[in-house]
Structure formats: structure tokens, C-alpha cells
Design a protein around this ligand. Structure first.
Ligand SMILES: Cc1ncc(COP(=O)(O)O)c(C=O)c1O
Length: 399
């Protein structure tokens, strides 16, 4: 009765974490600190509350799936500003679509892209190339839409991004979709322009769709991470085969607003719009109004980034030289090599009431049962500076 693909999926990381930690009591009298989920805790900009309240009458209207012209223009301007895109290259109405957070869109895009089977002479299931470790939604999207995930090593050895030159021709020939994440969750690695250009080249040469998850694009340490649309522009052409995913969840610390967008190849955007008019969540008009204002403002984003940088400075001062510490170029996760991530997560919870995520839950084991995430824990730097210091000291005490 149920779709067997669903039961073939590995359990969602946070369900696995609950199964691991819930039977274990944290120490009595120690305030728990939860850094397992990438849920920002910085205060959302006040304009969110103001605009939602001003626009409250619009809750009475069904929002169009393509959002409002004002939203699409604000996003187009942000793309031009953030990535230095030529004004004419970005056509708001054809290339941008609002989504209710990037997660559902990253999932649903596979339904718009994957064929049932590959055409002859290849035949068989289309391949979906996924970095390993990865954001779990890519795997769910591939499997549930009839694709076969191919896991590309994104470990320390490869600079925490897949080695694009190591993908064999037979795999490229069967690929229908490739997910990349930059800045990467969980590793914090950033793809440079050359890397993105190479990925775009492969997608175009082999006829697959390149999805680039850029939802951490605005959370960076020193340099703004380049984007895939910027790489398209630098190749001197259009956005063919490429679609990027953005979100306000991290940029503006509003994960509950459920607001993001996709942008790129107009043919893909048109197909995605069509699919979403059947099965996508449209974004409420008051949310679109608040989101429009957020994409038009960079000051709150800079302030947000400073808070994360302060916590990175702190982490560096306390952890440098321990647990393979490195300063992630983007995102807000520490990816710490602790030997056995699951055992470390258990010890941190049992002995110090600190909740972190075992890296194994974000990665796929290979045929020899080697899981590249297994030696790691992921720790989200989402708490206050004081809370972060407390958490880091707990790590030092326990591990
Ligand atoms: C890599 C990555 N992509 C996408 C998302 C989804 O974010 P949202 O649906 O809030 O936009 C997350 C959330 O944690 C993430 O880490």
C-alpha cells in the first residue's frame, strides 16, 4: 500500500538523533544547549513583524504561484547587486520563482527534471549526482522521484567538494541531475568560479540539470562566495541547464517565514512553475511583501554575518589545533573530526547536555560500509556568543 521507495530511504537525521539521544538523560542541573539543527537564533529584522502586520488583510487572498512582480524585481536586483550580474541578463518574470523555503523546492525540482527512464541506448534509471556528505533532502528527492543517487566524495581529501574531474564518463552520460551546495552544509566549503564553471560545462556537455543550493550564500567569513549564475555570466552566455536555490532562512534569520526563491534557466523555471501550480506551496502575500523588503536590505545581513564571525573567532581561539578544526569559508557549522561522531554526540549529551549531530547521519556509507561523515560531528553556531562559548567549553571538557 505504501510507496516502497519511502521505506528504502535512510531515516531523517533528526529522527536518528532522537533515537540515539532520547533514551539518555542529560546531567541533572545542566542547562541543555541544542546545536544539532541549523536553525538560526539571531533576532529577525523588526521589519518582518511590521510588514506582516500591515499586510494582514492579504491573508484573505490565495497567493499566485509566481508571487508578485515586486518580489521578483527585488530578487532580480539582489542577484545583480550580489553577483555583479549584467542588468539585462536577469529577467525577473522568466527566471525567478518564489518558493516556500528552499527545502521543498530542492525536493520537488527532481520531479520536474527526472525522466522515468533514460532513453535508449542507455535505458534504466536516471542518475542523480549528490555530494557526500550532503543535505539530506537531495537523497530523498532523488530516490522518491525514481532517480538513482550517485554519491560523490566530498571529504577533506577532495577539499570538501566533489572532485568533478573524478566523475567517470559512463556516470556523466547517465546523469539527469546534479546537486551542489555552496557554501556546503555541513563542511562549509565554497566552490570558486572556476569550479562552478566546470560544473556548468559538464551539465551542458552531458545534458543534465545543475542544481546549486546557495542558501548559505550570505553567511560567509571573508569573501562573498561566488554563485552559479555569476559563473554562467562569466562564461559569457545565458543560464542554460542551471538553477539556483536561495532562502531567507539563514540570510535574515527567519526560518519560520518559509521564504526563498529559485532562479535560472527560463525553460527550467517554466517547467517548475507548471509543476508547482499542481503541487507546490505558494508563498502568502504578506510573506512575499516582507520578503521583498528583506531582499532589498543588506544592512541587517551584514550585522548578522558579524555575529557569526565573532563566534568563528571564538571557536578558532578555543579549538584551533583540536578536532581537525578549520574556519569554514561559508555557512555557520563547525565540522569537527572527533574519531567516532556518534559516540562523541552521545557523550556530549550524557555528560554535558550538549546536542550535536553525528556526521554519519549526513552521509552515505560506500559499498565497503565506510561512511565519510562517521568521524565527524556537526555543530551549528546558532546560539549567542556566551552560549557558544559555553558549548565549546563543554566540547573541550568531554572530548
Ligand atoms: C544546505 C541546505 N539547503 C536548504 C536548506 C533548507 O532551508 P529552507 O527550507 O529554510 O530554505 C537547508 C536548511 O537547513 C540547508 O542546510
Amino acid at each position: 500500500m505504501l510507496n516502497p521507495r519511502l521505506s528504502s530511504l535512510t531515516a531523517y537525521p533528526f529522527d536518528r538523533l532522537r533515537a540515539l539521544l532520547d533514551p539518555v538523560a542529560p546531567p541533572v542541573g545542566v542547562e541543555p544547549i541544542v546545536l544539532s539543527v541549523g536553525e538560526p537564533r539571531h533576532a529577525p529584522p523588526p521589519l518582518v513583524r511590521e510588514i506582516l502586520s500591515e499586510q494582514a488583510d492579504l491573508w484573505g487572498r490565495y497567493p499566485p504561484i509566481e508571487g508578485t512582480a515586486a518580489f521578483r524585481e527585488a530578487v532580480a536586483d539582489w542577484l545583480r547587486r550580489r553577483y555583479g550580474l549584467p542588468a539585462k541578463l536577469v529577467v525577473a518574470n522568466d527566471q525567478i520563482l518564489p518558493v516556500a523555503g528552499s527545502r521543498e523546492a530542492l525536493y520537488l525540482v527532481a520531479a520536474a527534471v527526472l525522466p522515468r527512464t533514460l532513453s535508449r541506448p542507455l535505458g534504466g534509471a536516471p542518475l542523480v549526482l549528490v555530494p557526500n556528505p550532503f543535505y539530506q533532502v537531495y537523497q530523498g528527492a532523488a530516490v522518491m522521484h525514481g532517480g538513482e543517487p550517485v554519491y560523490l566524495d566530498a571529504s577533506r581529501r577532495t577539499g570538501f567538494l566533489p572532485d568533478l574531474d573524478a566523475i567517470d564518463e559512463a556516470t556523466l552520460a547517465r546523469a539527469a541531475l546534479m546537486y551542489l551546495c555552496s557554501p556546503a552544509n555541513p563542511q562549509g566549503a565554497v566552490a570558486d568560479l572556476g569550479y562552478l564553471r566546470r560544473a556548468i560545462g559538464l551539465a551542458r556537455e552531458h545534458g543534465f540539470v545543475l542544481v546549486v543550493d546557495e542558501c548559505y550564500a550570505e553567511i560567509f567569513d571573508r569573501e562573498p562566495p561566488p554563485g552559479a549564475l555569476q559563473a554562467c555570466a562569466s562564461l559569457g552566455g545565458d543560464f542554460a541547464n542551471v538553477i539556483v536555490f536561495h532562502s531567507l532562512s539563514k540570510r535574515s534569520s527567519v526560518p519560520g517565514l518559509r521564504s526563498g526563491f529559485v532562479a535560472g534557466d527560463p525553460a527550467l523555471i517554466a517547467a517548475f512553475r507548471r509543476l508547482r501550480s499542481f503541487g507546490g506551496a505558494s508563498v502568502g502575500l504578506p510573506i512575499l511583501a516582507a520578503s521583498t523588503a528583506l531582499w532589498r536590505d543588506d544592512a541587517h545581513v551584514e550585522a548578522n554575518r558579524r555575529l557569526y564571525r565573532d563566534k568563528l573567532d571564538l571557536a578558532q581561539s578555543l579549538l584551533d589545533g583540536r578536532f581537525g578544526f578549520y574556519r569554514p569559508a561559508g555557512g555557520f557549522f563547525l565540522w569537527l573530526e572527533v574519531g567516532d561522531g556518534e559516540r562523541a554526540a552521545l557523550a556530549l549529551w550524557r555528560e554535558a547536555a550538549l546536542r550535536v549531530l553525528p556526521g554519519a547521519y549526513l552521509a552515505q556509507a560506500d559499498e565497503n560500509d565506510v561512511n565519510p561523515g562517521a568521524p565527524y560531528i556537526r555543530m551549528a553556531l546558532i546560539d549567542s556568543l556566551a552560549g557558544t562559548e559555553d558549548a565549546l567549553r563543554r566540547v573541550l571538557n568531554v572530548l
